[in-house]
Design a protein around this ligand. Structure first.
Ligand SMILES: Nc1ncnc2c1ncn2[C@@H]1O[C@H](COP(=O)(O)OP(=O)(O)OP(=O)(O)O)[C@@H](O)[C@H]1O
Ligand SMILES: [Mg+2]
Length: 271
């Protein structure tokens, strides 16, 4: 459905994308990576907004795109902004109003259709960006940090919407927040420093950290060795513990059940 082959993009001497190859089938993909890892750059390449080296092939599919920064056209009414995008997307005029209604309803904004974009809250503007991305029912949809600024209820609504529109499409959702992608994505692509680190299901990502997650009493912090990462500090029964990811077994520790975030961190830290 969408094939990326040896994608490279440099900004002067800074390699934002480095030999990035990936096959995206139908399904919902979480593109997970820290700040500056190349998520936005990759999406901009797929949309042909910037020049790059390598090959991107989506077989001529229509692409919907929510940019990380979305929020222009503040003086337009929300409905008119959607009309503008519908026209750009060449949606036939008689079908536009119905399609705009469908998309605004999916993001819970139809009651704001007559309001000016400039009068909407930050989270609502984000949702209006999601609505324009899905307008015209594209086969490939790229959401760059769609949940940034959304309250918990709207985050959940977004996940539900993804599930409902995700059939027979390729959807890529970029984020650095693991909870945004677990439960909703079929596969997770971990990107770091412009390179693909890992691709797999939720379970496969969690498995990267299997037998590598430990609870260690704080007083043993000094004995930690090898490649390790202190992910958290917690209190249990009045005792202070470190939640440690380690590539070697830790003495005097309690083995923890590794989760997706642990797997993601192990992939990033080469643990
Ligand atoms: N227009 C640009 N000019 C120069 N450097 C850029 C430009 N866009 C991105 N970069 C650089 O490319 C690298 C990747 O940036 P990118 O925005 O793709 O990361 P990201 O994964 O989307 O990060 P974030 O989670 O912060 O959104 C960074 O080092 C960034 O500084
Ligand atoms: Mg970005």
């Amino acid at each position: 459905m969408l094939t990326i082959d040896n994608l490279e993009k440099s900004f002067k001497k800074n390699k934002a994308l480095d030999c990035f190859s990936c096959e995206f089938e139908h399904g919902i993909y979480g593109l997970l990576g820290p700040n500056g890892s190349g998520k936005t750059t990759m999406m901009r390449c797929i949309c042909d907004l910037i020049k790059y080296k390598g090959k991107i092939d989506c077989g001529g599919a229509k692409i919907g795109y929510l940019p990380q920064q979305f929020g222009m056209m503040k003086s337009l009414k929300l409905f008119d902004m959607m009309k503008y995008f519908a026209t750009l997307k060449k949606i036939p005029t008689p079908e536009q109003d119905e399609e705009i209604k469908r998309c605004l309803e999916l993001v819970n904004l139809y009651d704001k259709a007559k309001d000016k974009v400039g009068s909407l809250s930050g989270g609502m503007v984000r949702r209006s960006g999601i609505a324009q991305a899905i307008l015209g029912d594209p086969e490939v949809i790229l959401f760059d940090e769609p949940t940034a600024g959304l309250d918990p209820e709207e985050r959940t609504r977004f996940k539900t919407m993804l599930k409902s529109i995700g059939k027979n499409k390729t959807i890529i959702v970029s984020t650095h927040i693991v909870s945004d992608v677990e439960a909703v994505c079929d596969k997770i692509v971990i990107i770091d420093k412009g390179r693909k680190k890992f691709i797999g299901t939720n379970e496969e990502v969690a498995a990267i950290a299997s037998s590598k997650a430990y609870l260690v009493e704080e007083k043993f912090e000094g004995i930690l060795s090898g490649n390790y990462y202190i992910k958290d500090r917690i209190t249990r029964n009045g005792e202070n513990y470190l939640y440690v990811l380690s590539d070697i077994p830790i003495e005097n520790s309690i083995a923890a059940q590794a989760n997706i975030e642990d797997g993601y961190l192990c992939a990033l830290k080469n643990i």
